[in-house]
Design a protein around this ligand. Structure first.
Ligand SMILES: Cc1cc2nc3c(=O)[nH]c(=O)nc-3n(C[C@H](O)[C@H](O)[C@H](O)COP(=O)(O)OP(=O)(O)OC[C@H]3O[C@@H](n4cnc5c(N)ncnc54)[C@H](O)[C@@H]3O)c2cc1C
Length: 396
């Protein structure tokens, strides 16, 4: 296969040398688990203390991983990516702010993002976390409901709150369908995921009749998710709609394991990385196999997983730009995968969050954690950045 993911000249053509040096500094600093652990604990308090930390955060971790505080700022980044054939998944990065008024505000922001995406030629998707528009407590209760009462839920207050969540989602999906923009529903923790999945299936049945508007997310680090993907496909066939699937490994492994341990129940997460990798690659192959009725997004920074699917596409005679197959990485990470694949004509996007600095802190802290040396991603990022800086220096 001719596809290679290690050309750093292609990967970083959009970054100036000064920007690359800043990225090198950032990834070097967050390599330290101690610094990351301290930053995760202290940053929220520092933000509330009135100390002038905004500027520091903005010029470092925020600029690396976030498109901007507003849609206008983010538009500039989206355009820049578009110049290299890279698409964008727009994400209003505010997480889990409780209260109906906040949920309505987030809904409004998502609708604005949708309207904006429709005016751009490289923003095919907007992503949503249901915890941005629904109460965590409500989702936890509903998660238990089917187990407790065979799916019959009997609290009027909760039913009314859930109705409001659904109204928000239907309004969002109506606009998405009208504007021709895809909606990606993020996957979250297992203790709130059931209602998200049920709503996703309901919305897909409503909006995915002819083409895929709504995508659910499948976390393949869960030992039941490959089965659930197959089940979702079966339901889609029975109910005559097309399945939208975003495949990820999963972002909450430590939290999930800790909670299972505390509750004395079996962990929902695979026992080892190999098992996660196998399910992830098998799930992607399953989507390829059934691509006439599944549109899917391979959301991963794992070179091997991306290469495997690209190879499978070649073997099956599927063109690189097939509209049913999409690849995605987070903005600020794995540029060698995104930009090299885009150059070869694959559909590739960057997941690009935007929002006020104080509100995207949880997202930033997750990026810092996954890039600390415990998880190994930073060494990959640093290696490529250093390689590119060396290449540019040698050329002078
Ligand atoms: C575009 C995009 C959208 C995303 N959306 C979501 C989302 O909606 N929900 C969500 O949860 N995450 C989401 N993520 C994050 C994703 O789940 C992963 O955390 C992240 O991408 C790292 O996995 P990887 O495939 O890139 O790389 P890799 O480095 O190959 O895999 C790391 C991942 O493997 C798994 N893993 C590591 N060690 C073990 C072990 N010992 N046992 C079992 N499994 C292990 C974990 O999931 C870990 O995150 C998204 C990622 C991208 C790129």
């Amino acid at each position: 296969m001719s596809l290679s993911l290690d050309n750093t000249q292609i990967a970083f053509a959009y970054k100036s040398t000064a920007e690359l040096k800043r990225a090198r500094f950032l990834f070097t600093v967050i390599q330290s688990p101690i610094i990351v652990s301290l930053a995760t604990k202290l940053t929220p308090a520092l933000m509330n203390s009135g100390l002038p930390v905004n500027g520091l955060i903005r010029s470092t971790i925020f600029n690396q991983f976030v498109g901007g505080e507003t849609l206008e700022e983010t538009a500039r980044v989206a355009k820049q990516l578009g110049a290299y054939g890279v698409q964008v998944i727009l994400d209003y990065g505010v997480e889990a702010k409780e209260g109906e008024e906040n949920f309505d505000n987030v809904t409004e922001k998502i609708m604005e993002a949708l309207a904006f995406a429709a005016t751009q030629n490289n923003i095919p998707f907007v992503s949503i976390k249901l915890t941005g528009i629904a109460s965590l407590q409500l989702l936890e209760t509903l998660n238990e409901a089917p187990r407790l009462r065979s799916g019959i839920h009997d609290s009027e207050i909760e039913d009314a709150a859930w109705e409001r969540v659904k109204e928000r989602m239907y309004a969002i999906c109506d606009l998405a369908a009208e504007k021709g923009v895809g909606i990606l529903l993020d996957a979250e923790e297992t203790w709130i995921q059931d209602p998200i999945d049920r709503l996703a299936i309901e919305l897909m049945a409503e909006y995915n009749k002819e083409k895929v508007v709504v995508y659910n997310t499948y976390q393949l680090y869960r030992n039941d998710r490959y089965h659930f993907l197959q089940l979702s496909y079966k339901i889609a066939k029975e109910k005559n709609f097309k399945l939208g699937a975003k495949l990820v490994r999963g972002a909450y492994m430590e939290k999930e394991r800790l909670r299972a341990k505390e509750q004395g129940v079996a962990s929902p997460i695979h026992l080892d990385k190999e098992a996660t990798d196998k399910d992830f690659d098998d799930a992607a192959a399953f989507c390829i196999q059934n691509k006439e009725n599944i549109s899917f997004i391979l959301a991963s920074h794992n070179e091997q997983s991306n290469l495997k699917i690209a190879q499978l596409m070649i073997e099956k005679g599927i063109s690189a730009g097939d509209p049913h197959v999409h690849f995605s990485q987070l903005y600020g990470m794995s540029d060698p995968i995104s930009f090299n694949m885009a150059k070869e004509g694959y559909n590739v996007s960057k997941y690009l969050p935007f929002g006020p600095i104080k509100d995207v802190i949880p997202y930033l802290m997750r990026r810092a954690e996954e890039n600390s040396s415990v998880n190994g991603q930073t060494s990959r990022e640093l290696l490529f950045i250093r390689q590119e800086l060396a290449r540019r220096k040698a050329k002078k």
